[in-house]
Write a protein that binds this ligand. Structure first.
Ligand SMILES: [Zn+2]
Length: 510
């Protein structure tokens, strides 16, 4: 099956190279050929993709030179197409301050005669250098929640002490919840004057897996995080839970060199096209795609060390560039804000930063059509994650149809893709925000062959003619949404509906 597929796409690519693509092919004939998206040149989208996915850019890793070169390329295309700069993004760059964090050189806990070490028995998740011996206070799960009135610190004095808590919010907590609660737990303990917080790890996910995952370099937005030590301790045997339960006066010693931090500066690339309608131009459609990828590295049995990120997300970036050109040539009624986002692969950081530091008002930003994808295994469709969740679904479908493409909704909801790309940073603010993705039917071998692999490159396996249709479909969908009289909404009952009402000042109707 795979061989047939790749031979087929090779043939397609070859036939493209020999035959000039006509501006109106059969799939678009008779629609609205005057619009620039219907005369997208194959050479132009191919050129964008080949540049962005070139080996010379070394996988566009956030904070590294290849990423900066990609950003420069995008900015200068914006300039050439006539996009305006937005206040706060001079030269089309919105600076995004980040911090690279590495595990401590050393972290040791001595408790009940045991010496527990970083990476093996414990993981320092937050905090600076510290050497302390202090008594222990047990604070259940360490949760303080104003909404529910829960206060696990009620009646406890933890000043100058080491707080020990159970994982998550209740017995049998899962790891995802534990990760989600990290910041609020650290904050609660720090505000009450604790010197350190130790969380006892006993979830079903193996400790070794967690240790491998957490004991490596990460990146964050450069915000003021609490400096208090926050440690996960492997307590699969429940030994330490029993020790604290006995409530005998216990002392613990902690000694660590602290997390290693290094400032990194990256950038979102932002430009704007003013809408053509005197009234609607005060509203904005936000078109986004992350341009960063995962850099370089070594994988078992591989010689190629450059992760070019052609599908993820050279395709999306190319489509945003093509949209910038086509929509500048014939602006829709509403204004269009274009953002090529950085830092997606290291934690959706560029979109998070923009959502916290918007350059046009968020309550005037009525829709986000993001692009991201793991790759494609069906080039007759586009897959739109969250397609059925907003009232713009017909416009998105019409965009795809105009380029001969079908549309499917998220085929793998269990993977939670909606909340794993940049659209979620805007959705969480209330903005209707689906992600326009390459044709994905399922996570099969064809997808994993390329997804975050060195093979995801602009070579003969890449379907350039699909790229052109994909770009056209995206632009036409965006144009229809920017032109439609009614603002799109989440369908009623969606989990982001109340954020929507809050953002746009609508009353909750219960
Ligand atoms: Zn991606």
């Amino acid at each position: 099956m795979k061989t047939i597929l790749s031979t087929l796409s090779l043939l397609l690519t070859l036939s493209l190279a020999t035959a000039q693509v006509k501006p109106t092919d059969t799939s678009t004939r008779g629609k609205t050929p005057a619009l620039p998206e219907f005369s997208l040149s194959q050479a132009e989208v191919t050129a964008h993709l080949k540049f962005l996915a070139a080996d010379e850019l070394l996988g566009r890793m956030t904070g590294e030179q290849g990423n900066n070169i990609a950003a420069r390329y995008i900015a200068e295309q914006f300039r050439q197409y006539g996009l305006k700069e937005v206040r706060g993004a001079a030269g089309y760059f919105q600076k995004v301050p980040l911090v690279k964090i590495n595990p401590p050189k050393e972290a040791i806990i001595v408790w009940d005669g045991d010496t527990l070490r970083q990476g093996k028995d414990i993981l320092l998740l937050g905090g600076d250098a510290l050497t302390v011996t202090a008594s222990v206070v047990f604070a259940k799960n360490g949760i303080v929640d104003e909404k529910t009135g829960r206060d696990d610190y009620a009646g406890l004095d933890v000043r100058g002490k080491i707080v020990v808590v159970n994982l998550g919010s209740a017995e049998g907590a899962d790891v995802r919840e534990a990760f989600r609660l990290r910041d609020s737990k650290q904050k609660a303990a720090a505000e009450r004057g604790a010197v350190a917080l130790i969380e006892l790890y006993n979830a079903s996910v193996a400790w070794n897996f967690i240790a491998q995952f957490a004991n490596r370099q990460t990146m964050q937005l450069a915000t003021d995080e609490p400096k208090m030590n926050y440690i996960w301790l492997n307590d699969g045997s429940k030994k330490y839970a029993e020790l604290v339960a006995k409530s005998a006066p216990t002392q613990i010693s902690i000694s660590t060199s602290g997390l290693l931090r290094q400032s990194v500066l990256s950038q979102n690339v932002i430009g704007i096209i003013e809408g053509s309608d005197a009234r609607l131009k005060d509203e904005y459609i936000l078109l986004t795609a992350h341009y960063d990828h995962i850099g370089t590295g070594i994988r078992p049995n591989a010689t190629d060390t450059i992760f070019n990120g052609a599908r993820d997300n050279g395709m999306g970036t190319t489509a945003v560039l093509a949209a910038a050109k086509a929509l500048a040539q014939k602006p829709p009624k509403r204004s269009v804000l274009f953002i090529a986002l950085t830092g997606e692969e290291v934690g959706l950081l560029g979109s998070q930063y923009y959502a916290e530091h918007p350059l046009v008002p968020l309550d005037k930003t009525i829709f986000n059509l993001n692009i991201d994808g793991a790759g494609y295994n069906d080039t007759t469709i586009v897959t739109v994650i969250g397609w059925e969740r907003t009232t713009a679904m017909q416009d998105i479908e019409a965009g795809a149809k105009a380029f001969g493409l079908g549309i499917i909704k998220d085929p793998v909801p269990e993977q939670n893709l909606f909340d794993r790309s940049d659209n979620v940073s805007f959705a969480a603010k209330g903005i209707p925000a689906p992600t326009f993705s390459e044709g994905l039917r399922s996570f099969d071998a064809e997808i994993s062959k390329y997804y975050h692999q060195a093979a995801d490159q602009a070579d003969e396996n890449f379907n350039f003619s699909y790229l052109r249709k994909f770009c056209g479909a995206y632009i036409h969908a965006a144009r229809r949404i920017a032109d439609r009289p009614e603002k799109p909404r989440w369908v009623s009952g969606d989990k982001y509906e109340s954020a929507f009402k809050k953002l746009y000042g609508e009353k909750e109707t219960k």
